[in-house]
Design a binder for this molecule. Structure first.
Ligand SMILES: Nc1ncnc2c1ncn2[C@@H]1O[C@H](COP(=O)(O)OP(=O)(O)O)[C@@H](O)[C@H]1O
Ligand SMILES: [Mg+2]
Length: 267
């Protein structure tokens, strides 16, 4: 397991952030710090607001209150030009990869460069080719998404998220729907991106093997709030209600095993 260097600079910070939709608050009083160049896992059960937090940090959903700082910039007070620059420094893989079915993998990865930059098409294609190679998909550049596996589509989505060399990469449940071996391969790739590119990576996940494999830092959500944050050990030791249930996979209304039984049954 990776460990967090407590002295890492902070890439993203929120103070008193509220997130939600149409006046309905999903998360409130979110005060988090995402260390730069590390992998931060956003944890919590289904529907607890992980994707909502991600969309709010990406400014795709407006914050209902509070502040989001990317580096020293308060996202809520930036002018449009600065916001554009900040948005460019972020890459994202949404749940399900969301590739264009009629474009090849290479065209999918080149798409943000052709749509959002003035880059010459040949340079955009070459850049996309390099990113596909980075995620191990160079031989499949001319395949359509439907012609490759789910794990390869996720890798392609990550290559597309990386194509503009973002300082921060957001991944929403990259392992969802993948078999354990493929998911473990994706985890190794995410670690490789952190190690080789120094990217700050925020991964939404509820998959315990992934969390153990990649998390330098964790932010745990439950009941509309952040209930714990820190290294995996710190979160595990926090004693916050809901943490033990999450890590021991105890359904909310199920009787909990006694101490002795838990030692016998749980890793
Ligand atoms: N676009 C939306 N409009 C309204 N409510 C939404 C929207 N997206 C999510 N929600 C609601 O917000 C809550 C948190 O959802 P979400 O952030 O997707 O959870 P998670 O990613 O943790 O599974 C849920 O109650 C969900 O129904
Ligand atoms: Mg989600």
């Amino acid at each position: 397991m990776s460990t967090t260097n407590g002295t890492a600079p902070i890439a993203i910070r929120t103070t008193g952030l509220s997130c939600g939709y149409d006046g309905r608050v999903v998360l409130q009083d979110v005060n988090i710090a995402v260390p730069q160049g590390r992998i931060t896992c956003v944890l919590g059960g289904s529907g607890c607001g992980k994707s909502t937090l991600l969309k709010t940090l990406l400014m795709l959903e407006p914050a209902m209150g509070g502040s989001i700082y990317i580096g020293a910039d308060d996202m809520c007070c930036c002018d449009n030009a600065r916001l554009q620059v900040l948005r460019r420094s972020v890459g994202v893989l949404f749940q399900g990869a969301a590739l264009f079915n009629s474009l090849t993998l290479l065209e999918n990865v080149a798409f943000p460069l052709l749509e959002l930059t003035e880059l010459d098409e040949a340079i955009a294609t070459e850049t996309a080719r390099l990113k596909l190679a980075l995620v191990g998909l160079a031989p499949y550049a001319h395949f359509l998404p439907a012609e490759v596996s789910g794990g390869m589509r996720k890798r392609c989505g990550i290559a597309r998220a990386l194509v503009r060399d973002p300082a921060i990469l957001f991944l929403d449940e990259p392992g969802a729907g993948l078999d354990p071996t493929t998911s473990a391969g994706l985890d190794r790739m995410i670690l490789g991106i952190r190690n080789r590119l120094g990217t700050t990576i925020v991964v939404v996940t509820h998959e315990l093997p992934s969390i153990h494999a990649i998390a330098d830092h964790c932010i745990m959500l439950a009941g509309g709030r952040v209930i714990a944050q820190g290294t995996l050990e710190q979160v595990g030791a926090s004693g916050a209600p809901g943490v033990r249930e999450f890590f021991e996979r105890i359904p909310p209304d199920e009787p909990q095993p006694t101490e002795g039984l838990a030692t016998l049954l749980l890793p």
